[in-house]
Design a protein around this ligand. Structure first.
Ligand code: FPP
Length: 281
């Protein structure tokens, strides 16, 4: 976390928030649904493209802040398979912005030791965007710091279908299709995020309470944080507040919280309750 303080104004608001964060309990993996660019533009009577353009700065801030915090992986939902349904001009703008972002950010990604990867059905990307993406992926492949995953032309359901098909194809190739049994570990090993911890924290901007086909498998136990802020307005303070809120949560993974585990219930007391309900053994 020391890297973060170097970028903050001593004693400023973000500095004070950062001081409250427990560096030992940071999420290993943060995933973000960057939503609200269109509404941001509409409120200003601007074209939707202007909202997407304004959304680039929070991307830069989030990537830099997470890298400085020492977060292991950051996954950003940049383009969903459903986004192709938008007007041609808007879709073209998103590809242009991606290319501009990649070209401009490469020096910063190198400086911050960030490895950029992309996940989704990337073969369908326009050639120029794909070229730029491949170049940055190759250039940053030796970086050992944070992994920045851009979800592009991504769909959680498609990812799961691809993973299952890959297991079937693999077994067919090995002649073991008849005995194939698919378990959770096998599925996880074929996801785009294989080898990464599942997201601990999923942030969504613009107040929508949906997961929108994002990382459906991986977010099984993620803590959800929804802010009313529209993505172009999402700033470092919002990110730090999300982390502080995350650290207040009692993560149970289907078990009991630490306090409840300590307060072991007496079997005799439970039995009395069950008797009262007429549910004795
Ligand atoms: C959702 O807002 C946002 C997107 C579909 C695209 C996200 C893209 C960016 C933040 C731009 C740059 C990204 C990178 C990685 C360089 P929306 O248009 O659905 O907003 P609305 O719900 O208000 O209409």
């Amino acid at each position: 976390m020391t890297g973060l303080f170097e970028a903050l104004e001593p004693g400023g608001k973000d500095w004070l928030l950062a001081e409250s964060i427990d560096s030992g309990r940071l999420p290993a993996h943060i995933a973000i649904i960057m939503d609200g660019n269109g509404r941001w533009a509409k409120r200003r009577r601007l074209p939707r493209a202007a909202g997407h353009r304004a959304g680039v700065e929070p991307v830069r801030m989030t990537v830099e802040t997470c890298a400085r915090l020492g977060i292991q992986a950051l996954t950003l939902y940049a383009f969903s398979v459903e986004n192709w349904k938008r007007p041609r001009l808007e879709v073209d703008t998103l590809w242009r912005l991606l290319r501009i972002y990649l070209r401009r950010e490469l020096p910063d990604l190198m400086r911050n030791n960030i490895q950029l990867v992309a996940m989704g059905r990337l073969e369908a990307l326009p050639a120029a965007a794909k070229r730029e993406l491949d170049a940055v992926i190759a250039a940053t492949s030796g970086n050992t710091g944070m992994r920045l995953n851009l979800a592009i032309n991504y769909s959680g359901r498609a990812e799961l279908a691809d993973a299952m098909n890959s297991l079937v194809e693999e077994a067919r190739g090995q002649g073991t299709l008849q005995q194939l049994r698919i378990d959770e570990e096998a599925i996880a090993s074929k996801l785009y995020t294989a080898g990464l911890p599942d997201p601990d924290l999923l942030i969504r901007t613009s107040g929508e309470m949906r997961v929108s086909n994002f990382l459906l498998w991986q977010i099984a136990y993620a803590e959800l944080y929804v802010t009313e802020k529209l993505w172009p307005d999402f700033d470092r303070e919002d990110l730090l507040r999300a982390l502080l809120e995350y650290q207040k949560r009692d993560r149970r993974f289907g078990g009991l919280g630490s306090a409840e585990t300590l307060l072991e219930e007496s079997p005799a007391r439970v039995e009395r309750w069950l008797e009262a309900l007429g549910t004795t053994r």
